[in-house]
Design a protein around this ligand. Structure first.
Ligand code: ADP
Ligand code: MG
Length: 472
């Protein structure tokens, strides 16, 4: 009796990982390889389960988000179709205590009776339904801010009473990277954590579409429909991708109606308000609008600072306040980018053993920020703003609350934060010894008005041009 030669050789973790790396190296850029793969160490192998140690949870999030497929396919090639990867996270400062947190990913896809392909995750209660949720998205780690508080409140409400509020469906819409996926998954996670036995299922509209098409090919559309109609809570992400897919829309329409009539909760996300969705059937759009539709706006400065602080706190990494402020004031419109900068910072800090300071932050941000911060001073900005609005420069520093001064002063504060390296505290000092919270307030207020007020936008545009001319 002879087995395949490879199976008779004892595999070492190191050996298997080496084989994966050869393949990974071919598919990713050299810098990415050096940054994200070289620091990884394979520590154990148990059957088809390989354990790899990563420097931080962010590392592993990043790997999962950007390199999932590459890793998955290399691992399958090295270990067969049942290959599983487990990340062991080294927690910084916890004195070499390894494996404080572990996450397992099972690459094995299992087909249910419904013909729906589900990703199994090890560690789940087997009686629990495979809900497809990522447990890292919770309400606890979702920072509340001006732009998202209504959406957050609605989401919490729905999570408390799924199917029993008027918020059915709950539709969250907003731009890229603003937390839609986070919030709608947090709803699902909260419902499961509450101990209810509700069947919760999260799916992207793309996966819904792919599964539907597959069910047609396999003659299993009825199973497909039954599967979705058996849910208590159905969460569908990025419904804009249903656009132009008529048969999928048709199926979704019927699924929606069935669930809605049974008072099951439906949660949807979209990149724009439902009524602006093109390529979507009118009757579907009108269904989407029969519950609550809430937008998520870009985070203000204070929220961005809070998000970074929380991340650093969770990772137990000290980031100086000026660095947090610098990143937060330069990465404005997208929380995913904010996280990208944070990860870049931590990566360089851990890999190159460099201290976390402004110099490092500047290097990391170079690719992200549009307008390089030059060696401009707060005074120079004050002069430009005073000239532009034809007011005396010292009125910006004075205590006066005259309306014709207050707005230019806030604009000057906002531009100082955007175009200089000065901290909030320093800027406050330049504006007649005002508190840092005044500067935050000004930045928030101007950011908000810039979204609404064309007149102000044009002023600020002109000022920015002037500033880049001076500093260029
Ligand atoms: P969207 O689905 O709107 O494109 P995501 O939900 O994927 O955005 O959010 C992008 C990233 O930003 C995620 O990692 C998410 O956890 C994070 N994020 C977004 N909003 C917040 C917030 N208010 N607090 C903490 N993290 C947030
Ligand atoms: Mg999303």
């Amino acid at each position: 009796m002879s087995f395949e030669a490879t199976h008779t050789l004892p595999l070492t973790a190191e050996g298997v990982w080496k084989r994966c790396l050869v393949q990974i190296k071919e598919s990713v850029k050299p810098l990415s390889y050096a940054t994200w793969f070289e620091p990884l160490v394979a520590t154990a192998i148990d059957g088809s389960l390989l354990t790899v140690e990563v420097p931080s949870t962010y590392f592993y999030d990043w790997l999962e988000e950007h390199y999932f497929e590459v890793i998955q396919s290399s691992l399958r090639d090295a270990l067969g179709p049942n290959a599983k990867l487990q990340y062991a996270v080294r927690v910084p400062r916890a004195a070499a205590s390894i494996q404080a947190q572990q996450q397992t990913f099972d690459f094995e896809s299992t087909e249910t009776e419904d013909g729906v392909v589900l990703q199994e995750q090890e560690g789940l209660d087997p009686v629990l339904f495979p809900h497809n949720l990522n447990q890292k998205f919770s309400f606890e780690n979702f920072i509340r801010g001006d732009g998202n508080q209504f959406a957050r409140a609605a989401a919490i409400n729905v999570a408390k009473n799924p199917g029993e509020t008027a918020f059915n469906p709950l539709v969250l819409y907003g731009g890229v990277g603003l937390g839609k996926t986070h919030l709608i998954q947090a709803i699902g996670n909260a419902i499961i954590e509450s101990g209810s036995r509700k069947r919760v299922y999260y799916v992207s509209s793309e996966k819904f579409t792919i599964d539907f098409v597959e069910s047609i090919e396999k003659n299993r559309t009825i199973d497909f429909s039954n599967f979705y109609r058996s849910m208590d809570v159905l969460i569908v992400d990025d419904i804009q991708f249903f656009s132009g897919k008529e048969r999928t829309q048709d199926t979704f329409f019927h699924t929606f109606n069935t669930l809605h009539q049974l008072k099951k909760q439906i949660v949807l996300s979209s990149d724009r308000p439902p009524k602006e969705l093109v390529g979507l059937d009118e009757r579907l759009i009108s269904r989407f609008q029969c519950g609550l539709t809430v937008d998520i706006q870009p985070p203000d400065l204070e929220t961005r600072i809070a998000i970074l602080r929380k991340k650093a706190e969770d990772d137990r990494i000290d980031i100086p306040q000026d660095v947090i402020e610098y990143i937060s004031s330069n990465v404005k419109s997208n929380i995913r980018e904010l996280e990208g900068c944070y990860i870049g910072l931590i990566a360089r800090h851990t890999l190159e053993q460099r201290p976390i300071n402004l110099a490092l932050a500047e290097i990391v941000l170079k690719n992200v920020i549009s307008s390089d911060k030059r060696d401009l001073t707060v005074e120079q900005i004050q002069k430009i703003v005073a000239d532009h609005f034809k007011i005396p420069e010292n009125s910006l520093r004075a205590k006066t609350r005259k309306q014709e001064i207050v707005l230019p002063r806030q604009v000057a504060m906002y531009l100082s934060k955007t175009f200089t390296r000065a901290s909030l505290k320093t800027i406050g000092l330049h504006f007649g010894g005002r508190d840092h919270s005044t500067i935050i307030h000004a930045c928030k207020s101007i950011e908000r008005q810039l979204r609404e007020d064309e007149g102000l936008r044009s002023h600020v545009d002109q000022l920015q041009k002037h500033i880049s001319f001076v500093s260029g």
